[in-house]
Design a protein around this ligand. Structure first.
Ligand SMILES: [Fe+2]
Ligand SMILES: [Fe+2]
Length: 235
């Protein structure tokens, strides 16, 4: 059994969003993802770090979620900034079960336990916060809500009796140019998060990523195009 993470599948199987406009790496990205998941076993777990589907509503997202469900492993999903189809947890859970997608679950205001070598690892996460959005006072409310979601997920993970906590975000909590989302980093430190995986950065923006230790936490970008469309093995 292994644990993996990858973000930004950017599927559009029910629509016609051409992803190659984001650069050559995205040409044939659905097939690349299918091949990338060949290393994942059906008893493995994969955290999908947001930007999953371009669909605007659940009906348009069915083909994308059929694809996700058919990929091997249990999938925990985070919300990204492009996931306009996202609904309340109760609606999404009902939609998953109506469609028989028993291997897809939400990572949203909650946490999940992944057991490895006798240890309990808590998988915690939320969408996170984008530094460009921070400039707008209008979004202060959303920012506070994201912080609250992150903390409730970390509390939930701790209460589940975790030996280790891993965090998954869509937005990078810090950048190579020095920008850091201080409140999110403080939360990760407060709950002794060991590893933090995030997505959102594509193409030329990948150079802004922080991969490695900061504040004693191991950060890694896992957006699909930055990892050759192959889920990154964590443990
Ligand atoms: Fe994004
Ligand atoms: Fe993305």
């Amino acid at each position: 059994m292994s644990l993996y993470a990858i973000g930004d599948l950017h599927l559009s199987l029910g629509g016609s969003k051409p992803m190659d406009i984001f650069g050559d790496r995205w040409t044939g990205h659905v097939e690349k993802l299918r091949r990338g998941f060949e290393a994942v076993g059906c008893n493995d777990t994969v955290v999908l770090c947001g930007d999953l589907s371009w669909a605007m509503g659940l009906d348009d997202a069915v083909l994308d979620f059929n694809f996700i469900a058919d990929l091997p492993g249990k999938k925990y999903i985070l919300k990204g900034n492009h996931d306009y189809w996202w609904q309340t947890a109760s609606k999404l859970n009902a939609w998953f079960s109506e469609n028989g997608w028993s291997n897809i679950a939400l990572l949203h205001n909650n946490a999940a336990i992944y057991e490895s070598g006798g240890e309990r690892v808590a998988l915690c996460g939320t969408r996170g916060w984008f530094f460009e959005e921070q400039a707008s006072a209008h979004n202060e409310k959303i920012y506070r809500r994201e912080l609250a979601r992150m903390e409730s997920s970390l509390i939930c993970g701790s209460k589940l009796g975790a030996d280790r906590l891993f965090a998954f975000l869509h937005y990078p909590p810090l950048y190579g140019n020095g920008y850091e989302c201080a409140e999110i980093i403080e939360l990760l430190e407060k709950y002794h998060v060991e590893k933090c995986y995030y997505g959102h950065l594509h193409g030329p923006s990948v150079r802004l990523a922080v991969n490695g230790y900061r504040h004693g936490i191991d950060f890694q970008l896992v957006s699909a195009d930055s990892v050759d469309f192959e889920p990154v093995k964590i443990i």
